[in-house]
Design a protein around this ligand. Structure first.
Ligand code: HEC
Ligand code: HEC
Ligand code: HEC
Ligand code: HEC
Ligand code: HEC
Ligand code: HEC
Ligand code: HEC
Ligand code: HEC
Ligand code: HEC
Ligand code: HEC
Ligand code: HEC
Length: 409
């Protein structure tokens, strides 16, 4: 009994290679660089390259992927073969991909269909950690941009996507070789990419804080402690998220003049909401922040490009902005000397006392209003008296000359 079993096992081991095709069966024809379809599309298959791919290395054979030729012997085979189903072996990737916007793209409406091979290739697929892989972080932007710079007509178009190559994230990736810097798939995902306004999308308003926070952990914590973050958690959609202040693809260092949060541009970013009458009524905050800021010494200097003066975030902070009633706030009365003192050495309570956002001067700092009014009246009086004095003197001189002339004649 045992002997017959051993015999059959040996027989099977001998026969299986005879019945199933080997790669040899395919490359006899497909290694020929001249082999083409009737339409002239090349059917050449670079076997050396395939052997160095991850599938070649793993011992996967042609018919494992081109599975309709499994156990096929009667060559030549049919002209048209079924498309390769990568999901046979990569179930998880396939399941995620099926839910993505890419699996729904159609050649008619969009530029093209998007399948596994558009991001990974066919016969030269490498591990994602291999420097030559199309999805290795340093190569990935190019893989996505192949379609997204020109071919795909999304809402904001290729120019919007192309801004990524000017961002600090791309520079860190491309110039500094920092593979941990943000690339397309850190923000959008790889297999489960959704439409950008789809709620489960990583870049939707509800998810973007976490998406950036994966790397900028400390900033996410700060943001959550501030007035904007506290309301974000409650689901209020009007508070700013990272991309409202920093933009999406062209994120730059705040020291870069092109940054949306460069010192002289911050006021514009905050005022988009804080000078909005509708939002102000809804949330009960004071408006005219930009106007009052622009009228201040800081605002005027800032308009002329002076970066050392205070902008909104020098006084309010930027990620953990708090209401003035919060004792931890940088604009709480007790903390103002310290806040102003960052730049005005030795600023005391009195220095910081004056209202910063003076809307109507009467309702602002009464003393400042009084002193200013007093000065205006006094200066007007002095100038007036001088003018009268000069006029009288002039009149006197002219009159005397006229009298003298009369006397001569
Ligand atoms: C006798 C030569 C020959 C052998 C052996 C052969 N092929 Fe082909 N193959 C062809 C030709 C010719 C075509 C082009 C058919 C056409 O479109 O005119 C082709 C086309 C193909 C295509 C493209 C089909 C499509 O739908 O566009 C694939 C994939 C393919 N072969 C895979 C294989 C695999 C895998 C094997 C081994 C199991 C194999 N071939 C063995 C000659 C061969
Ligand atoms: C990892 C899976 C995989 C393996 C293994 C594989 N192929 Fe392919 N092959 C593809 C994909 C994907 C395509 C693109 C067409 C499609 O989607 O069906 C393709 C297309 C082809 C074509 C059509 C020409 C072209 O380049 O589009 C030929 C010929 C071909 N394969 C031959 C082979 C041969 C011969 C082998 C074995 C030496 C092999 N393939 C192994 C995935 C594979
Ligand atoms: C839009 C481009 C894109 C498409 C389409 C795509 N992939 Fe990927 N794939 C990626 C990226 C990017 C990575 C690397 C992810 C990472 O670094 O963690 C990846 C990684 C992988 C990996 C490595 C393991 C893993 O999950 O990280 C496998 C396996 C894989 N993809 C298979 C597939 C299969 C199968 C399909 C088709 C169902 C597919 N991919 C479609 C972009 C794509
Ligand atoms: C017959 C099963 C099979 C098929 C079909 C198949 N693969 Fe694979 N794939 C594997 C195996 C096995 C590995 C090697 C796994 C390893 O070494 O970790 C692999 C590895 C990969 C990797 C690298 C994973 C990594 O760790 O970075 C990618 C990417 C990949 N396959 C994509 C594809 C794509 C795209 C297709 C369709 C064109 C495909 N595979 C078809 C079995 C398959
Ligand atoms: C730092 C994060 C980040 C990186 C890196 C990034 N994106 Fe985006 N992307 C976003 C955000 C945020 C949006 C807009 C979401 C919104 O409108 O609310 C967006 C929007 C898009 C859109 C939709 C465009 C439209 O018209 O609505 C596409 C397509 C896109 N990105 C592709 C890419 C590609 C390709 C790359 C890599 C070259 C990339 N993104 C890199 C965050 C990022
Ligand atoms: C083969 C071409 C192709 C490749 C490669 C490709 N895409 Fe796409 N992408 C499309 C098409 C087509 C759509 C669908 C357009 C639509 O419906 O708005 C799309 C949609 C998207 C969207 C949703 C846009 C929106 O309007 O909400 C994002 C985000 C996106 N792709 C990111 C990526 C990223 C990231 C990569 C690389 C990992 C990538 N794509 C690779 C063709 C491609
Ligand atoms: C209300 C607007 C606003 C929001 C929301 C916001 N930021 Fe900022 N961020 C700023 C400003 C303004 C600066 C510049 C501060 C400075 O001048 O140093 C800044 C600076 C930064 C810096 C550089 C830090 C430094 O001092 O160099 C990073 C990184 C950053 N933000 C990331 C984020 C991330 C991630 C999020 C979302 C969790 C976020 N920001 C949300 C306004 C904002
Ligand atoms: C995958 C990790 C990663 C993700 C996700 C990410 N970043 Fe970054 N970010 C970095 C790295 C790394 C740098 C530092 C680059 C350098 O200094 O050269 C950086 C730099 C920055 C800077 C400039 C900081 C400075 O001081 O110059 C800002 C602003 C910024 N990121 C904002 C964002 C925003 C907003 C998002 C989400 C839309 C985001 N980042 C998502 C990794 C990431
Ligand atoms: C996308 C719109 C938006 C942007 C941009 C924005 N904010 Fe706000 N901010 C809000 C909303 C909405 C509230 C009200 C939250 C509440 O009190 O319920 C708020 C609250 C505040 C408060 C507390 C107000 C109070 O009365 O307690 C301060 C201070 C503040 N923001 C400062 C800033 C500064 C400084 C910037 C720029 C760095 C900025 N905000 C950018 C929407 C915005
Ligand atoms: C020189 C410091 C300074 C600058 C610059 C500044 N603020 Fe203020 N801000 C304050 C102080 C102090 C208060 C609280 C007392 C007051 O109302 O004068 C305040 C109050 C506010 C409030 C009401 C918050 C509350 O809790 O009462 C908002 C909203 C606000 N500022 C937004 C802005 C915006 C937007 C900018 C830029 C356009 C800006 N601030 C520039 C110091 C400053
Ligand atoms: C980011 C730095 C910075 C912060 C913070 C700041 N200032 Fe200033 N401020 C300046 C600079 C620079 C000037 C120009 C001073 C000069 O040229 O001597 C200036 C000028 C002024 C002036 C008019 C000129 C003068 O010296 O009398 C007043 C008033 C003033 N600041 C008040 C304040 C108050 C009050 C605060 C706190 C609520 C404050 N500043 C916070 C940088 C700052």
């Amino acid at each position: 009994m045992k002997k017959t079993l051993i015999f059959f096992v040996f027989l099977a081991a001998f026969l299986i290679p005879c019945f199933s095709e080997t790669d040899e069966d395919c490359i006899v024809c497909h290694e020929d660089p001249e082999l083409k379809t009737e339409e002239g599309k090349s059917l050449f298959m670079d076997y050396e390259k395939f052997l160095s791919s991850i599938h070649g290395q793993a011992g996967i054979s042609c018919v494992d992927c081109h599975s309709d030729l499994m156990n096929f012997e009667d060559f030549p085979h049919a002209e048209k073969l079924n498309a390769v189903n990568c999901g046979m072996c990569h179930e998880k990737a396939m399941e995620e991909y099926k839910k993505s916007i890419h699996s729904q793209a159609t050649p008619e409406e969009d530029c093209c269909t998007v399948s596994c091979k558009d991001c990974h290739g066919k016969h030269d697929i490498k591990s994602k950690n291999n420097y030559d892989s199309r999805v290795f972080p340093l190569n990935l932007p190019r893989t996505c941009e192949n379609c997204h710079l020109e071919r795909v007509k999304t809402k904001r178009g290729g120019e919007f996507i192309g801004q990524y190559t000017r961002s600090i994230h791309f520079r860190a990736l491309d110039k500094a070789g920092l593979t941990l810097s943000a690339n397309c798939s850190h923000c959008h995902g790889a297999h489960d990419i959704r439409g950008v306004h789809d709620p489960p999308s990583r870049v939707s308003r509800r998810k973007i804080i976490r998406t950036c926070g994966v790397c900028h952990v400390g900033i996410e914590i700060d943001y959550m402690e501030g007035v904007h973050g506290k309301d974000y958690v409650k689901g209020i959609k009007d508070v700013p998220v990272c991309t409202d202040c920093h933009n999406e693809h062209n994120i730059s260092s705040p020291q870069d003049m092109n940054s949306s949060v460069y010192a002289t541009k911050v006021a514009e970013v905050c005022s988009r909401c804080h000078d909005d009458e509708v939002l102000a009524r809804q949330y009960g905050f004071l408006t005219a922040r930009l106007k009052t800021f622009s009228n201040s010494f800081h605002g005027t200097a800032s308009k002329f490009g002076e970066t050392r003066v205070a902008n909104c975030s020098s006084c309010h902070g930027f990620h953990d902005i708090r209401s003035s009633s919060d004792t931890k706030s940088s604009i709480h009365a007790d903390n103002l000397p310290e806040t102003c003192g960052k730049c005005h050495a030795g600023a005391g309570k009195n220095f910081a006392k004056g209202k910063i956002h003076v809307i109507s001067e009467k309702t602002g700092n009464k003393w400042a209003y009084f002193v200013k009014t007093f000065y205006i009246i006094m200066i007007s009086c002095i100038v007036g008296v001088f003018l009268i004095f000069i006029a009288a003197d002039l009149f006197h001189r002219v009159f005397r000359k006229w009298i003298a002339k009369k006397r001569q004649t």
